[in-house]
Ligand binder design. Structure first.
Ligand code: 1CP
Length: 345
């Protein structure tokens, strides 16, 4: 094992070289991923094969010697298991054939978490643990209750989530019920992943940015905090580090907002200097290179990487990551360059 440890960082230990992993590190920008992906018409069929998930999670580790791996799956497995009819068509994002369109649809959701329908995810954790190099930590994950609700109502990805915002305005009490159902599901889902061997979990609140400040409080932060409380109060999950990614939250996050969270994964729009002074001693920080920088030249990349390393040098618990998921248009050699710059610094 090298001396860059994700787990040490999550225990607030400063390290000379920060551990590195990348949001969406396994995926479409890697030619070796495309090689496997072309054997499946439907993405969902692929993630239902635990041994394929293990192979895909291992690909970026083999290529870049990263300091953590993340389960290969998706955040939409929960709404899919609840019967919303998820499909990933060729060339476009996720689509639900049976999205939530009425209060009745929320009342009709399964009353308990459909673990049998999610077994393939838990099996992927076990299969991935088997193939990972010794002691390399595996991160489990889920979407935040709000982000899962937004996809479930909108029925697909969207720039503006107009349908979701409209539904929320007209049916806010029913949305709160939906969020309670999803919070319980996320808790049990992460608990099962932890029981199968993940050493940390990340919650992706990828649609925090579409809410107003008040709605963010009520529909995003509140259920996320409930999820965190459930994890912290359960002996099986209480010691597992929790990483939270809030995408461009509509207001600044403070230490009091998310007390049970171990690590904040900063979006690239969030100011690292402010975060450094606000969270020192209370939260580990992860982030936050704008992935788009990896499309520019070597000089630009070096400048941006060095700025982050300088700012976070000596911070008790820093993990180098991107400020959002890597996009399919990024060349793997630019990622290699970024990693070399960090490790040779
Ligand atoms: O066609 C393909 O090859 C599918 C592309 C793909 C991949 C590689 C999807 C569909 N999901 C994934 C895997 C995935 N998704 C992982 C594991 C891989 C890794 O990280 O190494 C993870 C952690 C996710 C998480 C995820 N899925 C998020 C949260 C992160 C973020 O970027 O904010 C979100 C929002 C999704 C939804 C989703 N799944 C897939 C796509 C294309 C999308 C985005 C859809 C949209 O635009 O709204």
């Amino acid at each position: 094992m090298n001396n860059r440890s994700l787990i040490a960082a999550l225990n607030f230990e400063p390290q000379a070289t920060p551990p590195i992993w990348l949001m969406r590190q396994a995926g479409r920008y890697l030619p070796e991923y495309q090689q496997v992906r072309k054997n499946f018409t439907n993405f969902l069929d692929m993630i239902k094969r635990p041994e394929i998930c293990a192979e895909l999670a291992l690909q970026p580790i083999n290529r870049f010697d990263l300091d953590a791996s993340i389960l290969f799956s998706d955040i939409l497995t929960i709404p899919s298991a609840m019967g919303l009819g998820l499909e990933f068509g060729e060339g476009h994002g996720p689509i639900f054939s049976n999205p939530i369109s009425s209060i009745k649809d929320i009342e009709n959701l399964p009353k308990s978490v459909p673990h049998e329908e999610l077994r393939y995810v838990y099996e992927a954790v076990v299969a991935t643990k088997k193939v990972l190099p010794n002691q390399l930590p595996l991160i489990g994950f889920c979407g935040s209750p709000w982000t899962l609700a937004a996809y479930s109502i909108e029925g697909k990805g969207s720039k503006d989530f107009i349908k979701t915002k409209d539904f929320l305005k007209k049916n806010s009490a029913a949305v709160s019920t939906l969020l309670e159902i999803l919070t319980q599901a996320c808790y049990e889902y992460l608990k099962e992943q932890i029981k199968c061997g993940v050493q940390a979990v990340q919650i992706f609140d990828s649609w925090a940015d579409i809410l107003s400040v008040e709605d963010f409080e009520e529909f995003s932060l509140k259920p996320t905090n409930q999820l965190i409380t459930l994890l912290r109060e359960d002996v099986t999950t209480s010691a597992t580090p929790i990483i939270l990614f809030e995408k461009a939250p509509p207001r600044e996050i403070s230490t009091n907002d998310l007390k049970g969270v171990t690590c904040l994964s900063l979006h690239w729009t969030q100011d690292l200097i402010k975060a450094n002074s606000a969270f020192k001693g209370s939260h580990v920080l992860q982030g936050n290179l704008n992935p788009a920088i990896l499309k520019s030249d070597e000089e630009e990349i070096e400048k941006a990487v060095n700025a982050i390393l300088e700012e976070m040098s000596g911070y008790p618990g820093f993990i180098f990551n991107l400020g959002h998921g890597i996009t399919p248009d990024i060349e793997p050699n630019k990622v290699q360059l970024m990693i070399d710059l960090i490790r040779n610094n």
